[in-house]
Design a protein around this ligand. Structure first.
Ligand code: 48H
Length: 265
């Protein structure tokens, strides 16, 4: 016979939530890799780094993960993916449908769910509702951590000081805005990023072939200890946007993980 449920105790539920959060958040105050942004590139980098045994956390400002994947193209929830990225999705069991022209398509919701679950199963932390609002630097202005706050605090315009998490490598996977790198250029006097102007130049208008061809090459360490990944990599160097084709994002996340692993070695 099944045991009767215990009387539900509201204060015990509270203790479990607070202690569970505190335990995990404290463990993440000293990370090997912090990833800003839980879009396709950030989630892929997180999965591969965690699978390689690295201590990694993703910080996502929204309460939901997935970045630009949910809406596919113009809210039609399908993703188009090229052959080169197929293994990265097949290894996490995303159903890919072969399509005309050598492409594959996938369901956006399934892809978000499986990228997220695979990153968590591999051991990556994923924190939602938390914005990376600044970075921590050493005497040489090299990045050594992230400064974080609740997105709700920022949205409410409250004057609440942030907290900080240390990391050896930071991946800016914040998408079109390259928001962490823009913060670095705004707040670190004389900061020069690895781009033709030394700044985040902003992405160019759409050309899918150019944008997808450039993104893996442009995924690189653009500031000491900061790797640009995904759309942020193209935004730094004034490369083209590519529209709703996502292979390059997964491949960029893979390259970001490889670069981070090489730095940690
Ligand atoms: C915490 C932050 C912060 C911050 C932003 O936009 P994303 O999906 O990023 P990518 O680069 O992995 O993928 C890009 C792809 O989705 C896309 O937009 C494409 C292919 N566009 C082509 C085109 O032509 O339009 O995800 C970035 C995530 C989002 O979830 C943001 O909420 C989050 O980063 N974010 N999180 N701290 N400061 N800034």
């Amino acid at each position: 016979m099944s045991q009767p449920s215990p009387v539900l105790d509201e204060t015990q539920i509270t203790r479990l939530i607070v202690s569970g959060f505190a335990e995990r958040f404290l463990a993440d105050t000293d990370l090997e890799v912090a990833i800003a942004g839980a879009g396709p590139s950030g989630l892929t980098a997180a999965r591969l780094l965690a699978a390689a045994g690295r201590h990694v956390a993703v910080l996502e400002r929204h309460l939901h993960v997935g970045g630009g994947m949910w809406g596919g193209g113009m809210l039609f929830p399908r993703l188009v993916i090229q052959e080169e990225a197929r293994p990265l999705l097949e290894e996490i069991h995303v159903h890919l449908e072969p399509a005309e022209g050598g492409y594959y398509t996938a369901d956006s919701v399934e892809t978000v769910a499986k990228c997220t679950a695979a990153a968590r199963d591999a051991g990556a932390s994923i924190w939602v509702g938390i914005t990376v609002e600044d970075v921590m630097v050493n005497e040489a202005d090299e990045v050594r951590g992230v400064v974080v706050n609740w997105d709700a605090v920022e949205k409410a315009g409250l004057h609440v000081d942030p907290l900080s998490l240390g990391c050896r490598v930071l991946i800016d996977a914040t998408g079109h805005d390259a928001s962490v790198l823009r913060t670095i250029q705004r707040k670190i006097p004389g900061a020069r990023l690895d781009s033709p102007t030394g700044q985040v130049m902003g992405e160019r208008s759409m050309n899918s072939a150019l944008g997808e061809n450039q993104i893996v090459e442009l995924t690189r360490e653009v500031y000491p200890n900061v790797i640009a990944s995904g759309m942020a990599a193209n935004a730094v160097a004034s490369a083209c946007r590519m529209g709703p084709i996502f292979g390059g994002m997964f491949l960029s996340g893979q390259k970001a993980a490889q670069l981070a692993l090489a730095k940690l070695a």
